[in-house]
Design a protein around this ligand. Structure first.
Ligand code: TTP
Ligand code: MG
Length: 359
């Protein structure tokens, strides 16, 4: 093999620091050096979108209810969001990324993967490329970003979090195994609190615990997520950078101004409001796509959340209602704070494949 061709990919994951709120502080310097958050409406049931690092020291975090955040940090300043400015900033970010590579996969407004394997700038040093991208962001947008540099996507994403804010971290090919061995499994995207607890109870806390486990037993126990976890712990992540991201679902949800514990009221709201709204929003996404599943999300008053889904190709009120009933059973009679409804989308190609396979 030609030695000049790297056998590993060079992937950079860029994530803006405290994105929405950093934009707000940049545009209103009187907020500097104070605990600040971006929140929904001023009503106390809304949640924060994000907060700056000063507020995080008080235990304030994204998705925290405003009332709770104010208890943790009474001096917290909550400003409304300006989505149009965040979107414009995100476009400028994209423009910066394009100077380094055309292989870009945006994950959200403030986050993207870049494949710089073939970028010849800085003699091909991904570490220096990431530094330069962050410098450009700072000088052109007056905002800071953090970066993770690694040969695999999931490691780049984990790494971008390690030296936040305004930092970067590189995991070189010869460091992969050691890094994964010592990595707590809750660092892996997709492993939330509940899954992590379940893993720990079965003796899996770090990458090394999974690595030495039996693949079949592990996957049998942890299902689909288990398969991807096992592969990652073995250092396998063959996902390419997806330059045009395909939308996989459409959903609508509603946080009630007061918790609801009457199932028939929830059902009525689902049928009269949420499903019609979902149908309206889905129209444009169903061009060239078909429905692959129907789903319901319920968040109970104590923030316990559950999702129920059913593979089905058409809108069907009765199925949505059955899913709602199933979700409510999980709450053991607890009142409901939020109700959501969604459909899964499968692209034409995928659908054709399914038909060919007889599904
Ligand atoms: P994140 O990148 O998760 O968070 P962040 O940029 O605010 O902070 P950091 O990356 O430094 O940890 O999300 C990007 C933006 O998305 C965030 O600024 C606001 C928005 N957001 C929400 O609206 N709700 C949420 O629950 C989360 C997590 C983010
Ligand atoms: Mg961010």
């Amino acid at each position: 093999m030609n030695k000049s061709v790297p056998s590993y990919k060079k992937i950079i994951h860029i994530d803006m620091d405290a994105f929405y709120v950093s934009v707000e502080i940049r545009d209103n310097p009187s907020l500097a050096n104070k605990p600040v958050a971006v929140g929904g409406k001023s009503n106390t049931r809304s949640v924060l979108s994000t907060c700056n690092y000063i507020a995080r020291k008080f235990g304030v975090s994204s998705a925290m209810p405003v009332s709770f955040a104010l208890k943790k940090c009474p001096d917290l300043i909550i400003v409304p969001g300006r989505m149009d400015v965040y979107k414009a900033t995100s476009l400028h970010l994209r423009e910066i990324f394009q100077r380094y590579t055309s292989i870009i996969e945006p994950l959200s407004l403030d986050e993207a993967y870049l494949d710089v394997t073939d970028c010849s700038l800085f003699n091909g040093s991904a570490t220096l490329i990431a530094e330069d991208i962050r410098l450009s962001i700072q000088s052109e947008l007056n905002l800071t970003a953090s970066a993770g540099i690694a040969p695999l996507k999931f490691l780049a994403k984990i790494a971008s979090d390690l030296n936040k804010p305004n930092g970067q971290c590189v995991i070189r090919p010869n460091e992969i195994e050691n890094f994964i061995d010592q990595m707590s499994l809750n660092k892996i995207p997709g492993v939330g609190k509940v899954t992590f607890q379940k893993l720990k109870e079965s003796g899996f806390e770090f990458g090394r615990d999974v690595k030495v486990s039996n693949e079949h037993t592990f996957i049998e126990k942890f299902g689909k997520l288990g398969h991807s976890l096992w592969q990652k712990c073995k250092g396998i992540d063959n996902r390419q950078i997806e330059t045009s991201r395909v939308r996989k679902s459409v959903g609508v949800e509603k946080t009630f101004s007061e918790d609801i514990n009457d199932a028939s009221n929830l059902k009525a709201f689902l049928i009269d409001n949420l499903i019609p709204e979902l149908k309206k929003r889905s129209t444009k996404h169903l061009i060239g796509n078909s429905i692959s599943k129907l789903g319901i999300k319920v968040k109970f008053k104590d923030f316990q959340q559950t999702t129920k889904e059913f593979s089905y190709q058409y809108f069907d009120d009765a199925i949505f209602c059955q899913l709602l009933n199933k979700a409510l059973v999980r709450g053991n009679g607890k009142a409901v704070r939020l109700l959501g409804v969604h459909i899964g989308l499968s692209g034409k190609k995928e659908r054709l494949k399914q038909l060919e396979l007889g599904f």
